[in-house]
Design a protein around this ligand. Structure first.
Ligand code: ADP
Ligand code: ZN
Ligand code: ZN
Length: 751
């Protein structure tokens, strides 16, 4: 036998593969295998992409593979193709895409042994069930806890036992000798061991009777063959989740090995969603439903990832990163709230999980369901052209739950009539909240600005508290008694007097959630007010605890940012108040109104879900604005149609394709000069003839952490021309100097 060579992808910006020798006496890897290799002066885990009989690298410079991860089944050719596509489309190296997509524990060869170690588990035998815990000494509380854990579970894993007590495993082994317990070692990756089994959905009589619209949607999805993209357009509360559950049940019942991928925008915010899946598919084998998101501990994330990769997990419920999970039997993909900007990764590989999900479905020739009450205009336009099949749920699913009545409170008019308002809360809104309080119903107040006040300023000299590191004002946080920069995290104490003129009368301007929380407590006496935003939920798990207070009825008024708008099925909320929405109407970002409309529809959808008539009150200075008009009529279609027409006239996405080059320099001039050279380099690229380059401009917040930022937008009516241009442009950009960092983003969301 002779040596063979492997070409390995490593997490490195160079898009090349690196050659290594595999000695003939070791295991011969196949493509998709993980290997540990020397890289520079350290070792790194890489992914074998090709196995060849020879290498062009001179033999004296070729190094050996250090070790091969034999326990982990190789990643499939489909998965490698997915990584290669994402790398090519988003202009990154293959290794930069493939390796970060793996759980951290797999990327550290020193942890492979532990990760794949076969873990013993213990099961109580009938003799043990008799004897335990009564034959234990009364005071042996640790032993009694162990016994209780053993009896409570079908099987207790050694690591879980060890977490109860450091000597637990020795005790369990002794109990094995006594005949109380049996010990078994399962190898989850052994051939023949498979969790796959036909599923019968639990307790079919308890399922709700589908509405006609749900039935039609389900029939279309279940009847699909091959690649079939669906846009499930369903108003809030129309029972989209029920359609997903039934479609999955249908598939899993027919195909005992099939896997489903369900993406949600933020899994930490949707425990209800996970609970619904676990309850519905309770008959699946243990571990057949796994979650994948960044909130998981590393070990758990690795185990869940491996469960998906080995086919043991039948349903993977995850956030955007799960779109890159290895799922060898993937047979259907669901993207819930497909319009949500959270599907866009905003650092590193800036991918759209929704777009990759559709690509993956196409590659595997399987159906994909994109669900939303307010689809992205990109998806809506594809449905308009007939490229996606539209499925509509136009009514709420629960009998006698109707969409809430949306009314505008015209602040100009309130002002003209001399009606009183209190700290930004208009009279009609306060009155409506008081009525809810009397009826024992809940109100929800939405405003998308956290902190107490966005600006602290001095009336006497015009001083405004700004961040010393960023070109941004700092936000006043009253409970924390701090000024905080929302861009870089800089913090300082609240000054007693104006640092410029000494005036002690410095005042907060504008209102954030903290200030409204304070105002609500005064405006609605007796109400229990709870604030939910990124500040009040900083500790892990605290959001869930706060939301359960709301569900338990321990809160009368909930105030918060978009965190409270998403997904929650509040049973007792009958009023939603919207404050300060107007700012987004006149943003320089052409997507701002689309986002605002989606947010307002979504937050409105929290009202009146369980048969209580819901009311939404939107405070605005622009009561005639078309967006609000569409909102009051729940008219997504009207809004989408007119906005798409505007986009078409203005040559904006989805009618053109865009990419953004960002540069960060020590000075703004350096960043702009880099972008100007980059623009000049486009002249040498033939494909760029079909591409428009705009002027390089400073970013809105031009300075963050002392770094100056500017950007250059390019666009084309042809995706292929844009892609060809980028492919030729990047090597040219790598030759340019003078900035700290630069990056290219394809299909940017925030411009
Ligand atoms: P969406 O995701 O479309 O906002 P959900 O899936 O959260 O809506 O459903 C809203 C509520 O309607 C949930 O409480 C759900 O249990 C209920 N529901 C769904 N389908 C039906 C049905 N066919 N009959 C009765 N209730 C239903
Ligand atoms: Zn001053
Ligand atoms: Zn800052």
């Amino acid at each position: 036998m002779t040596d063979c060579f492997v070409r390995v992808a490593l997490d490195h910006p160079l898009s090349t593969l690196f050659d290594y020798r595999c000695p003939s006496d070791g295991p011969a890897p196949v493509p998709g295998t993980l290997v540990n290799v020397p890289f520079g002066r350290r070792e790194a885990v890489g992914l074998v992409c090709e196995v060849t009989a020879h290498s062009d690298v001179p033999p004296d410079r070729l190094r050996n593979v250090t070790s091969v991860c034999c326990s982990c089944p190789p990643l499939s050719a489909d998965w490698l193709a997915l990584a290669a596509f994402a790398a090519d489309y988003y202009q990154r190296g293959l290794g930069e895409v493939a390796l970060p997509a793996l759980p951290q524990a797999l990327r550290d060869a020193s942890r492979w042994d532990r990760l794949f170690a076969r873990e013993p588990r213990y099961r109580a035998l009938p003799a043990g069930r008799e004897a335990l815990p009564d034959s234990l000494p009364v005071r042996a509380s640790a032993l009694r806890r162990l016994a209780a854990a053993l009896l409570a579970e079908d099987a207790l894993f050694a690591s879980d036992a060890r977490a109860l007590h450091p000597k637990a495993v020795a005790v369990l082994d002794a109990w094995c000798e006594t005949g109380w317990v049996e010990r078994e070692v399962v190898d989850p990756f052994a051939a023949g061991h498979s969790a796959a089994a036909p599923v019968a959905v639990t307790n079919p009589t308890a399922l709700p009777v589908l509405t006609d619209e749900q039935t039609a949607a389900l029939d279309a999805i279940s009847g699909a063959h091959g690649f079939a993209p669906f846009l499930l357009h369903g108003v809030t509360g129309s029972g989209k989740t029920e359609v997903y559950l039934r479609a999955l049940a249908h598939l899993l019942e027919r195909r005992p090995d099939a896997q489903a991928l369900v993406l949600v925008p933020e899994i930490n915010l949707t425990p209800q969603f996970e609970a619904a899946f676990r309850a519905r598919f309770a008959s699946l084998a243990e571990g057949a439903i796994v979650t994948l998101h960044s909130g998981l501990a590393e070990g758990e994330r690795a185990r869940n990832w491996l469960a998906a990769h080995t086919g043991h997990a039948r349903i993977v419920l995850g956030t955007r990163l799960a779109v890159l999970a290895s799922l060898p039997k993937l047979a259907v993909i669901v993207v819930d709230e497909e319009h949500d900007p959270a599907y866009k990764q905003q650092e590193g590989l800036r991918y759209s999980a929704r777009d990759l999900a559709v690509w993956r479905a196409k590659q595997l020739d399987v159906p994909v369901v994109l669900g939303s009450a307010t689809p992205s205009l990109e998806s809506w336009w594809l449905a308009e052209q007939g490229r996606y099949t539209r499925l509509t749920l136009s009514r709420r699913a629960v009998a006698d739950a109707v969409l809430p009545v949306v009314k505008l409170i015209d602040l100009e008019d309130e002002h003209r009539r001399g009606r009183a308002s209190f700290e930004g809360l208009s009279g009609p809104l306060v009155a409506a909240m008081k009525t809810r309080l009397e009826r024992g119903e809940q109100s929800l107040v939405f405003l998308n600005r956290r902190g107490y006040a966005p600006i602290l300023s001095c009336d006497a000299c015009g001083w405004v508290a700004g961040c010393p590191r960023c070109s941004a004002y700092v936000v006043l946080h009253k409970p924390e008694r701090a000024l905080r920069c929302h861009h870089c995290g800089w913090e300082s104490r609240i000054p007693r007097a104006c640092p410029d003129c000494g005036n002690v009368d410095i005042a907060p301007m504008g209102r954030g959630t903290q200030r409204i929380e304070e105002a609500l407590a005064q405006a609605v006496p007796g109400a229990r007010v709870l604030r939910i935003d990124a500040d009040s939920t900083r500790r892990k798990g605290s959001a869930e605890a706060l939301f359960s207070d709301v569900h338990a009825g321990e809160v009368d008024i909930l105030v918060g940012t978009q965190m409270i708008a998403k997904g929650h099925d509040f049973q007792r909320v009958s009023l939603v108040g919207v404050l300060n929405a107007d700012t987004a109407l006149f943003s320089h970002d052409f997507r701002a109104s689309e986002r605002l409309f989606a947010q307002l529809m979504q937050v409105s959808g929290r009202a009146g879900r369980a048969g209580l008539p819901g009311e939404v009150l939107v405070q605005t200075r622009y009561a005639r604005h078309a967006l609000y008009h569409a909102l009051t009529r729940h008219d997504y279609v009207g809004f989408a149609t007119s906005t798409l027409a505007e986009r078409r006239d203005a040559h904006l996405p989805p009618f053109v394709y865009q990419a953004l080059l960002r540069a960060e320099g020590r000075t703004l001039d350096a960043a702009l000069a880099f972008l100007q050279q980059a623009a000049a380099a486009l002249h040498d690229i033939p494909a760029a003839e079909r591409v428009t380059a705009y002027d390089a401009v400073p970013m809105t917040i031009v300075k963050v952490m002392h770094v100056h930022r500017a950007q250059l937008l390019i666009e084309s009516g042809s995706r292929a021309a844009l892609q060809a241009t980028l492919r030729a442009w990047l090597p040219a950009l790598r030759q340019l100097k003078g900035v700290l960092r630069w990056s290219v983003e394809v299909d940017p969301l925030d411009i």
